[in-house]
Design a protein around this ligand. Structure first.
Ligand code: CIR
Length: 253
């Protein structure tokens, strides 16, 4: 059960955000509307929302998920792998003190984007990616262990982040796409396999038995509804242009 979410309103400079997409820059006004609808969806799932103000110094700062890992026992400030994103953590630190007594921090030369970290109960899968390095992974695992939590590493080579292709929907249900589909680590789960033509939809978000999914990916929607969840479809077109998905837009705890 999650009760809180932290989000950050997109800034005008989001049009300069990092991307591998060829779709062109996002439409800022459209992104603002999509973000508002996203926040309304979180509220409809019972979440209390803390909204951080837009910050034009950091074009990608609306993707708050990467700047921190919030566990039931401690908050961890990350050290994002992209230089342009590194100081997004400053304001995150301040807001986390409202919720956590224990705040830990990833230190140089470690880098971690928390989009690379997937929580499954008290275990955390940590992607070794272009953004998250081995030193960063080891620091995360050491911190988790201190709070009786565990972590393990998953290597990735194609996706931006671990959660670009994996979403845990509780009750042993795991949405999986692309390079993770045949990974032996995940075969113990009830796998909801996403076809390549819908792989963007693999980034979805379980919140209190609702699942937020991107619009319009009918096969994914049907598979998730078949296992008993109510889905809420959200238009993510402008965030997709920056390689961002649904989970990236909030920290849920
Ligand atoms: C970036 O490249 O860092 C942003 N444009 C997108 C970050 C997406 N975050 C995530 O998947 N957790």
């Amino acid at each position: 059960m999650f009760t809180n979410a932290i989000v950050r309103t997109p800034c005008k400079n989001m049009i300069k955000g990092l991307t591998s997409s060829t779709e062109g820059p996002p439409d800022y006004l459209k992104a603002l509307i999509q973000h508002k609808i996203y926040v309304d969806a979180l509220k409809s799932c019972g979440m209390e929302i803390t909204t951080l103000p837009p910050n034009d110094n950091y074009p990608d700062s609306t993707f708050v998920e990467d700047a921190a890992l919030l566990t039931p026992h401690c908050g961890i400030i990350t050290r994002p792998g992209a230089h342009s994103r590194r100081r997004e953590t400053n304001s995150m630190k301040r807001v986390m003190t409202d919720f956590y007594d224990d705040i830990e921090e990833i230190k140089s030369p470690g880098t971690v984007d928390a989009g690379d970290i997937m929580m499954v109960g008290s275990h955390y899968y940590i992607g070794l990616s272009k953004r998250t390095n081995t030193t960063g992974v080891n620091q995360v695992i050491k911190i988790l262990n201190k709070y009786n939590l565990t972590g393990s590493t998953i290597a990735l080579s194609e996706m931006l982040h671990l959660k670009s292709g994996l979403s845990y929907l509780e009750n042993n249900n795991l949405v999986v796409a692309g390079e993770f589909t045949d990974n032996p680590e995940f075969q113990k789960f009830n796998l909801i396999k996403i076809d390549d033509d819908e792989s963007y939809a693999a980034n979805c978000v379980w919140i209190n038995d609702y699942v937020l999914i991107a619009k319009v990916y009918p096969k994914t929607k049907q598979s998730i509804e078949q296992i008993g969840y109510e889905t809420i479809e959200l238009d993510m077109s402008e965030f997709r242009k920056l390689d961002g998905g649904l989970s990236c837009l909030s920290l849920r705890f």
